[in-house]
Every structure is written in structure tokens, then in C-alpha cells.
Design a protein around this ligand. Sequence first.
Ligand code: UD1
Ligand code: CA
Length: 457
Amino acid sequence: MRDLVTVILAAGAGTRMKSHTAKVLHKICGQPMLAYVMDAARKAGSGEIIAVLGHQAEQVKEAVKDVAFVLQEQQLGTGHAVMQARPLLEGKSGTVLVLYGDTPLITGDTLKQAYEVHLESKNQVTVITARVQDPTGYGRIVRDGDGRIRAIVEHKDATEEQRAIQEINSGMYFFEIPALLKALDRLNNANSQGEYYLTDTIEIILSNNGSAGAYLIGDSTEILGINDRIQLAEAERIMHDRIVQTHMKNGVTFILPETSVIAPQVEIGRDTVIYPGTILEGSTRIGEQCVIGPYSRIVDSTIGNDVHVMNSVILESEIRAKTKVGPFAYLRPGSKIGCNVKIGDFVEVKKSEIGDNTKVSHLTYIGDAQIGRNVNLGCGVVVVNYDGVKKHKTVVGDYAFVGCNVNLVSPVEVKEHAYIAAGSTITEEVPAYSLAIARSRQTIISDWVKRKGLDKK
Ligand code: UD1
Ligand code: CA
């Protein structure tokens, strides 16, 4: 297909959100709504995306990548917003797709089909429309006796008869760029809102002997615009259902799916079971036959096959096959956990590697460390990685056995097959196959309690 440029209108204030965050950055299933609109545009074949920003422009610019920005300092209407993109459209001959940043439920498939129809029909403009029960507030699609689109009339400017029309303007259009630029020159703001309406370009194009078409979509939820937090929650439900149903169709079991939050880019393998209260965010990938949850949050992490994660939080980490995590474990960014590892209750791991078959069963902190294969870290082991100024590294070799309540004061190395006695504070290298004991010997003071008069009757 030919070059398709997309212009996304996102300059509005979003007053009804009552938020310090720009409306288009509010998240749906963990991803900003603007990102959904961009994804849909790309799926429709758009390489270049231009966002028209106004309110909170700086915030939006920081949050999204691979987009060109133009500024609409005063919001004088949707037509005026598109005019701001003129310098980036001038001289181009292809098609421009106009979308809104606050309409995140539109799908790439729908846009693709509409684009094909637009190209086949050789129209100068094709507007995406929907039929809704209650068209209040929307622009109405006015058709002639032959069913051809003649105009779009805004609710506030419509006659009683026009207000009865249930086919509405979604606000999404495909325009041939030269025809759009020519029509924009003729826009005025002589209407009830004193705005430059993009919708007026339909009549202008027709009066320039151009042709216009309407592409009616079946599922009107796709054009749901988000203006307040109630609509945001509604969009979250719809998006959630779409995402979860896609995973179910691919062979993933969800127990009480309505309690999970799964971001759109997340991948989940077959026969994995997702227990209630599971939140999977960012670019997380989960393998096959895993059991995830209940009540776990995994962000930007890769989980191998047959892994169990229970009541735990995993951030930007990697876990290989057959490993068990939790309950109540916390894996912080940069952790790499091998195969068949056990990370038990109240274990925190930060920026550390743990080799295959190693057991870290309870109450342990591992930070900036490299732990080998088949190691046993007893209950309450602490890697003392921070001296108050700098972080240091600890290395524990394969098959080492570290007893309960041991401090490994970094930087320190425990060589392979070494043993460390419980309660030791290790500050120097422990050679391979040796035992280290670093605690004071036990002393018995006989009858001390009686002599002190502390004995209870
Ligand atoms: C617009 C359409 C209406 C359509 C409806 C669908 C016009 C004149 N009307 O109405 O036919 O049924 O959308 O939702 O186009 N924006 C800017 N700059 C502006 C004005 C708006 O960037 O100067 C952006 C807003 O941020 C928003 C979008 O354009 O994302 C739509 O603007 P809005 O004011 O909500 O348009 P409606 O009055 O709802
Ligand atoms: Ca709107």
C-alpha cells in the first residue's frame, strides 16, 4: 500500500478528567491511551505519526517516542488542530489518517479495512462512522437520497430532523493530502461554537468536485472517546476483555479473569494458569505451563516454562524454567534466576544472578551478587552489599552451603563446595571445600541466674 501518514489530535485540555496528568497519558490496562492509538495506526500501515499537542504538551512529548510533534497553542477546533500539521504534510501526495488521542479502542484491523475501502473507492475523503443508540453530542452523518454522504452536522448546529440521525462521526478520517490541504484553506469558524470544524471539509471537498465516502463500522465501542474517569474505567473493561479473551483463545486459563490486569504487549504460553489478582505489565513474557498468582505483579520480565509464582512481585528480571517463586518474594530489576531454583518466602533479590538448582528458601536478601549452581542459602542469609557509600559484589561458588543467619559482607567470595557455619559474618574469602566459622565461641557461666537472684518460682 501507499504511504500513510497519521495525524493524532491530542491538544485538548481534558478538563473532565480532573487530573494533573495529560488525558492521553492516562493508562488503560497499563499502557497510555495514546500508545493504543499509535499501535492501531501502525497496524493500519502508517509509518509516520504526527501528534498535535497543546495542553501539557511537554508531559506528552516525554512519554511517547517515534512521533513528530506539532503545537496547537490555542485550541480553536479540530480543523484548526489539523492545520498545525500542514508544514509536515505540504508537498506529500499520499493519504493522511486523522485520529484522536483519546479514542484508544479503535483497532488496527478496522483502520486497515477502512483504508482499503478508501483506496478502492478513490475518494478524497472517507470518514469512519458508527450507528449508536444515543447520538447526543456527536456530529451526525447527513446522506442524500442515494445514500451518499453530503455533510457532517455538529449536534449543536443540527436541526431537530438531523438530530434524529443515529449515524455519527467517529472523528476518524482518511484524506488525500492535497484535497485536505485545499479544503483547510477554505475552513471558517462561522458556527455555534466559533470553532474551525474539521467536519466542514466534507462539504468543501464535495463542492470542489471531489468525492467523499463513509465507512460504517459494526462495533461502535471502537469509537468510544474518553472524557472522564467513568469512561476510562469502561474502556479498561472493554480492553481487558479483548486482551484476556485473546489469551484464552491461545490456550491460557484464567481463574476469575476479571480480577487480572494484563497489558496489551504481554505474551503468555499455552496451558499457563493465571490465578486471581495477577497483574502482568509492560513487555512481560510468560512461558508454557506456568502457574502465576494469586496476587502477583510482574513487570517487563521474562519467565520460562513451568515456573510457579505465588503472591510475589517481579520487576525487569528473568526467570528460567521450573523455578518456584514465593509466596511473598520480591525480585527487583536486573535479577537473573536460573532453572529449578527456589526463591521462597520473604526473599528479596536485587540485580543478582542465581544459578540452576539453587535454593534460597526463606527470609534472605541478595543484592549485587552472583550465586552459583546447586547452592543452599539458609534462612536469614544477608548479602551486606552497601557500606554506606558504595555497593559491592559478592560471589558464591557452585555447591556452596551457607548456613542460617550468615552475613556476607561485600565484596567477598565464597568458593565452590565451601560451607559456612550458621551465624557467621564473613568478611574474607572462603576457599573451596573448606568450612568457615566466623562467630565467637559459646561460653557457659554456671548458676549465673541464681547468683543474680533472677530465678523465678
Ligand atoms: C468531534 C467532531 C464530531 C464527532 C466527535 C467524535 C468536530 C467539529 N466534531 O466533536 O463530529 O462526532 O468528535 O468524538 O470535529 N482537539 C484538538 N484541538 C482542538 C480541538 C480538539 O486537538 O482545537 C482534539 C481533542 O483533544 C480531542 C479531539 O480533538 O481528542 C476531539 O475534540 P472534541 O472537542 O472532543 O470534539 P467533539 O466536540 O467531541
Ligand atoms: Ca470528544
